[in-house]
Design a protein around this ligand. Structure first.
Ligand code: PLP
Length: 388
């Protein structure tokens, strides 16, 4: 069964999330496509599938959905966010240069530093949130500009359009890690980027029950590279995980609206609560790039940072007193999570270096879930009060 040709061309995100990518539903009338848990396909079958490393109905459905949601011509699904970044980076070659935003997800940095460098790729870093540094792109003329916005963990906002304009003037390709924003809230290709990469583990899947990644593009040449990387590097997802991500995507819009409204409410209340040193949230007027965030994102997503100005031990005690926020890595699921960058993601960095980068002992990162906001606020308020 083909995708329903009656889906209107101007159908909105919420409708496309549910109706695009519903192919291969078989003859049973199943409303939701089944999971094709097969490694191989009979030679000569009419679908053209041959071996799951190079394609499977569940990837193809997911790819169709995500391409539609990112306003992209193409999408390729991968096993994890890091697999999708690997696919982009291993499409480069020795002698190429990557200019990356300096504040990126730790495992992306580790991939760049510990793997790419060994293959003769030059990596340079710059604070691309500062427009004065955009000139560096024209000077360096990198093969690829790597952006992440909002950044993990400090929620800096990078101007995708302005950076893409400079990059394209010198022939550089722009890739954006769209994980923290989500496909609903930010559409990097519409803003001028060439590649939009997602850890679909986070907001796309939204239920913290599998890993996945994706790369969306309007470029036929880049799409060929992504499909090649999927099979040649063995970066494909499992059919089951692709099915789970596709299921998650159907409710992405409604979840993102709740993540954003909950996080904004908590941000506003924390900002005026006694004893809280600072709060960072892209849709708070106090965020240094508030105007830009409002221009390029529909709402602020569920990621929220607060500095409680407490010692390392007192901050960990506060986190342990929370009942509805589970201390864990990751983000973007329906359940609220809390992370302490100083003892978790940034634990291996010397205190002075991490503090200079803004990761203080009292800094707490919340991945605000979709529970009732009053329950979430009561939990934070009580955990703060009972420390006194
Ligand atoms: N990019 C960002 C911004 C992330 O936060 C993460 C994971 O936390 C990744 C990429 C990597 O994704 P995955 O864990 O699915 O490999």
């Amino acid at each position: 069964m083909k995708d329903d040709p009656t889906i209107p061309a101007d159908a909105r995100f919420e409708t496309r999330a549910i109706h695009v990518g519903q192919d291969y539903r078989s003859e049973t009338g199943a409303v939701i496509p089944p999971i094709y848990m097969t490694s191989t396909f009979e030679t000569g079958n009419p679908t053209g599938f041959d071996y799951t490393r190079s394609g499977n109905p569940n990837f193809r459905n997911l790819q169709a959905t995500l391409a539609s949601l990112e306003n992209a011509k193409h999408c390729t699904a991968f096993a994890s966010g890091i697999s999708s970044i690997t696919a982009i980076m291993l499409s480069l070659q020795a002698g190429d240069t990557v200019l990356s935003e300096q504040q990126i997800y730790g495992a992306s940095y580790r991939l760049f530093e510990k793997v790419l460098r060994r293959f003769g790729i030059t990596i340079k870093y710059a604070n691309l949130a500062n427009p004065e540094n955009h000139d560096m792109i024209a000077q360096i003329k990198p093969t690829l500009v790597w952006l992440e916005t909002p950044t993990n963990p400090l929620l800096k906002i990078l101007d995708i359009k302005a950076i893409s304009d400079v990059a394209h003037s010198v022939g550089s390709v722009v890739a954006v890690d769209n994980t923290f924003a989500s496909s609903l809230l930010q559409q990097p290709l519409d803003l001028g980027a060439d590649l939009s990469q997602l850890s679909t583990t986070k907001y796309t899947n939204g239920h913290s029950d599998c890993l996945g990644g994706a790369v969306c593009t309007n470029s036929d040449a880049w799409q060929e590279r992504m499909i090649f990387a999927q099979k040649a590097l063995g970066l494909q997802p499992s059919p089951f995980d692709a099915w789970l991500v596709a299921r998650g995507a159907k409710t992405e819009a409604i979840r993102m609206e709740r993540h954003s409204s909950n996080a904004l409410t908590l941000a506003q209340r924390l900002e005026t609560r006694k004893g809280v040193k600072s709060v960072k949230y892209p849709f708070l007027p106090s965020h240094p790039q508030y105007a830009l965030a409002k221009k390029q994102m529909k709402s602020g997503s569920g990621m929220l940072l607060a500095d409680f100005g407490m010692s390392y031990a007192a901050t960990l005690d506060f986190i342990r007193r929370l009942r509805l926020f589970t201390q864990a890595e990751s983000l973007g699921g329906i359940e609220s999570l809390v992370a302490h960058p100083a003892s978790m993601t940034h634990a291996s960095i010397p205190k002075e270096t991490r503090e200079a980068a803004g990761v203080t002992d009292g800094l707490v990162r919340f991945s605000v879930g979709i529970e009732h906001v009053e329950d979430l606020w009561a939990d934070i308020d009580r955990a703060l009060a009972s420390g006194k």
